[in-house]
Design a protein around this ligand. Structure first.
Ligand code: FO1
Length: 306
């Protein structure tokens, strides 16, 4: 059994690579970017993983369902609603079903299980918590929800701080804790360390469990040089005063992992990372197609000995 802690767009390729090779895969998903819109509860990272595994994800955008139509959104525009968040028609059905099930008293874990069944996804997708943890970005405009900062205002404002609201009270999902405990290898996906992985690690019980089992935890760097492979990780790291490099990421994770995969282009950082008591593996970490997803997944499964 293998477990991966995953965000959305930056993580899903590795999740797919692993799923193509192992049967017993648990994917613990971030919930920090979940968002209420038009009375619907959106869980972008959970949906990205499910769509990715169901081969429905629009890989060019990195979110939503490929070839989806946008009639619902156009009609919301006619009604005078803001339409900065592009919800496709089929995607809207996912949000609507989830919201109705929440209103009928189901929790996010059970709803996610049901979704996986409906999309014929065999991996177990486990929300890191059933409680609310919300990633908020402090800017000169005030404190914004991550989706407002990144999508509505296009990530242009200076980042003054990042908060995980609710993390102090959130209970880790017992299924997530058991999955990590029982797995022979736990992988931290190459997601954004502050907005995809950070919200999960901000839940005390999750960080505590990972630090207990850190000998079998491997992280994959989301950066090559000082650039994120995708998304705004570099901007958030800089704002948080963290060195924008694979070393900076290794330092953030040094209490929860003891193995790290970095890109061959970053081999000069290996010694510094090893000094954090972290074993370093170098390979090409950018996954440009399905072959690339499989290659990185096999590298991890075959080369990382815990
Ligand atoms: N990201 C965008 O940049 N623009 C969008 O309009 C947008 C819509 C969207 C709809 C459903 C969904 O699941 C994700 C969506 N995303 C969109 C991605 C999302 O904002 C973030 O990239 C993730 O939350 C970060 O993992």
């Amino acid at each position: 059994m293998i477990t991966i802690l995953s965000g959305g767009t930056g993580s899903v390729k590795l999740v797919r690579g692993l799923a193509s090779q192992i049967q017993d895969l648990n994917v613990i998903s971030n919930v920090g970017d979940n968002y209420w819109l038009y009375g619907m509860y959106l869980c972008p990272d959970i949906d990205t993983i499910i769509y990715g595994l169901a081969d429905l994800l629009d890989f060019e955008r990195g979110w939503g369902i490929k070839k989806d139509s946008f009639g619902f959104l156009r009609q919301m525009e006619v009604f005078g609603e803001e339409t900065w968040f592009s919800i496709g028609d089929r995607d809207a059905a996912t949000h609507l079903m989830r919201t109705n099930m929440l209103k009928n008293g189901k929790n996010l874990s059970d709803i996610t299980k049901w979704m996986c069944e409906k999309f014929a996804v065999e991996a177990k997708v486990i929300p890191v918590t059933d409680n609310t943890v919300e990633t908020r970005i402090s800017t000169n405009k005030g404190e914004l929800h991550l989706q407002e900062y990144w999508v509505k205002y296009r990530g242009l404002d200076e980042v003054l701080g990042i908060q995980y609201i609710g993390a102090d009270k959130a209970r880790p999902n017992p299924e997530a804790i058991n999955a990590m405990h029982d797995s022979k290898l736990v992988i931290i996906a190459p997601g954004n360390p502050l907005t995809s992985i950070g919200p999960m690690l901000s839940i005390k019980g999750v960080r505590k469990e990972l630090s207990k089992i850190k000998k079998k935890v491997v992280a994959v760097s989301p950066l090559i040089g000082d650039k994120a492979i995708s998304g705004p990780a570099a901007k958030y790291m800089q704002a948080a005063g963290i060195e924008v490099s694979a070393y900076g990421v290794a330092k953030m994770y040094s209490d929860v992992c003891s193995h790290m995969i970095i890109d061959t282009k970053d081999k000069a950082l290996a010694k510094k990372i090893q000094n954090l008591d972290t074993q370093v593996y170098e390979t090409k970490i950018k996954m440009i197609n399905k072959e690339g997803e499989k290659t990185l997944a096999s590298f991890i499964l075959n080369q990382v000995h815990v």
